[in-house]
Design a binder for this molecule. Structure first.
Ligand SMILES: *Cc1c(COP(=O)(O)O)cnc(C)c1O
Length: 410
């Protein structure tokens, strides 16, 4: 046998199936079981001391390494470490901490690196609760946020102040799907001499299956696992994967903020991860068909979906991403709340609901202009946001066709 072939690193669709598992699975089950634990029991005080040193990265044999050993429920257990290891591999990072929700991952990462007097640069197309956290919580602690045009690219350099400590990206943007020049932004930020600035990205849309921001110069990749990793709309979970240098700070912050993840939810997420590859492929395939179909509709002004050839972000998306999620939006030529409500009410397969990333299709009205401050949204509101699920694409298109008929009714 050709050993160079056997030793080849696995592809991502193999990784999602196998990675993170314990070397020896207890009782030979395929999946790491759900360990529900707060208290961990120790044989004696010596064992407590050893576990403490290992868990807090203070062991003499490997200082700085936060070993995944049983210590206390909040620091995880074999159920959570399985997913942490798997996500680390997919993101190509150093290590991962899980949090109780995606927003918990965003806020933990921001709190970890910002203090009173610091300045934060935040994309204007960021997920709205992230924006509210900056405006309502960080502000109270004397942390100033400047929103920047998501398409700023290397010109981000001009926005850096001596007090800038974090540059936060989200690509594509929530609801509006601008693709950011992530390598350009990171390069410009890192060229700022004598100032340590941490770059973070919300990597929820493509999931770590289709985008690897840490390989493009980003320090910290944040995910709402609630979406594609869980994949079945039945659990909430967040993840923060980072380069080695920043991991201790993230580990301590998750610990001290107390936003640890429930093992039951982590189990569901790990179970979801095992089929992430095939689900993402199908979401992408269906979504592209629907985006193209929508583009041809006379009711539609513009479809926002980076894989479309004429999308302004298409080139960068092709350069940087391995694929696309199933979330998109579109603006209508002529819309008001009543007509959009008529369209939404009466859909058969596109259910009305927030969140996304499950196997099912979702629809909701979208008002991206309401929260922007650095840029102006030029399209009519409400627009419509779709999450394209795993149903048959023809059924979905027929469903939307019925929706357009109701939209035009008077
Ligand atoms: C949903 C979402 C979050 C928040 O995740 P939760 O698990 O719902 O807290 C963060 N960022 C993006 C881009 C999201 O879509």
């Amino acid at each position: 046998m050709d050993s160079s072939k056997v030793n080849k690193p696995p592809k991502d669709s193999t990784k999602v199936v196998h990675s993170g598992k314990e070397d020896v699975s207890i009782h030979r089950t395929v999946n790491t079981p759900v360990y529900r634990a707060s208290t961990i029991l120790f044989k004696d005080t010596e064992e407590v001391e050893k576990a403490f040193q290992d868990a807090y990265g203070r062991s003499s044999d490997s200082p700085g390494v936060f070993k995944k050993v049983p210590f206390y429920g909040r620091k995880g257990n074999p159920t959570t470490w399985t997913l942490e290891r798997a996500l680390t591999e997919l993101e190509k990072g150093y290590d991962t901490v899980l949090t109780s929700s995606g927003l918990g991952a965003v806020t933990t990462a921001l709190f970890a690196f910002l203090k009173n007097g610091d300045h934060l640069l935040m994309s204007d197309s960021v997920y709205e609760p992230t924006r509210h956290f900056c405006d309502q919580i960080l502000r109270k602690y004397g942390i100033e946020t400047t929103y920047y045009d998501p398409l700023v690219g290397e010109k981000i350099f001009d926005f850096l102040k001596p007090s800038t400590r974090v540059v936060f990206m989200e690509s594509p943007g929530s609801h509006t799907f601008e693709i950011q020049d992530v390598p350009g932004i990171c390069k410009a930020v890192k060229s700022k001499k004598n100032q340590e600035i941490v770059t973070m990205i919300d990597n929820t849309w493509a999931s770590p299956f289709y985008y690897k921001p840490l390989t493009q110069g980003v320090d910290i990749s944040i995910g709402s696992c609630t979406k594609y990793v869980v994949g079945h709309s039945d659990a909430m979970l967040g993840s923060i994967t980072s380069v080695e240098k920043h991991f201790p700070n993230l580990w301590h912050s998750r610990q001290l903020l107390g936003v640890s993840a429930s093992p039951d939810d982590v189990y569901l997420a790990t179970r979801g991860l095992r089929t992430l590859g095939v689900r993402m492929q199908k979401h992408q395939e269906n979504a592209l068909l629907i985006a193209e179909w929508l583009s041809s509709r006379r009711e539609v002004e513009k479809v926002f979906y980076p894989p479309l050839k004429d999308d302004p972000g298409n080139q960068i998306w092709q350069r940087d991403f391995l694929g696309a999620g199933g979330l998109m939006s579109f603006a209508l030529k002529d819309a008001d709340e009543n007509s959009v409500n008529r369209m939404i009410n009466g859909m058969k397969y596109f259910s009305l609901g927030f969140s996304w990333g499950g196997y099912e299709s979702l629809i909701c009205a979208s008002y991206p202009g309401r929260s922007r401050t650095a840029t102006k949204w030029k399209f009519k509101e409400p627009g419509i946001r779709l999450h394209v699920g795993l149903e048959d694409s023809e059924d979905l298109i027929n469903d939307l066709e019925g929706g357009f008929e109701r939209l035009l009714q008077v």
